[in-house]
Design a binder for this molecule. Structure first.
Ligand SMILES: [Fe+2]
Ligand SMILES: [Fe+2]
Length: 142
């Protein structure tokens, strides 16, 4: 029996959107707070995530409108950590959370018969998993 309603899907997508808006701000802030020789490389990684997260945010905004919802403009807040290693650890946690969220959201979309949305959300879960892998690689050398 279907347990997911369209309203629940919209609510979940809005939580995801707040997370994406927060991720854009978080990576932008962290890039600016990356100092030293190691910081130069990490800064590049942080900065390179921003276009992906912006793409996710734009897509979610369109989908929420299309489903008849009102897209949030309020970003999810984040912890301001003061060392590079702690920043990367936080990002890794957040990316893994996003993988879980998009996997669950894809399941909900499928339950509602939103086939294209399901596939796009799975792609986004894959993107976040790739981000997590990049962060894990950096973290191993810190
Ligand atoms: Fe994202
Ligand atoms: Fe990401």
């Amino acid at each position: 029996m279907p347990t997911t309603t369209k309203e629940m899907l919209i609510e979940g997508l809005n939580e995801d959107l707040a997370g994406e808006l927060g991720a854009i701000i978080r990576y932008n802030w962290q890039a600016s707070k990356s100092f030293g020789p190691q910081g130069a490389e990490v800064r590049e990684l942080f900065a390179s995530e921003i276009p992906d997260e912006l793409g996710h945010a734009s897509f979610l905004t369109d989908v929420i409108v299309d489903l008849g919802g009102e897209p949030t403009t309020t970003p999810l807040d984040f912890e301001r950590r003061d060392t590079l290693k702690e920043m990367v650890k936080l990002d890794l946690e957040m990316e893994l959370q996003d993988v879980e969220s998009y996997t669950e959201r894809a399941r909900q979309a499928e339950e509602l018969g939103e086939v294209e949305l399901k596939v796009r959300l799975e792609d986004m879960a894959a993107d976040e998993n790739e981000h997590a892998r990049e962060l894990r690689r950096i973290l191993r050398g810190m």
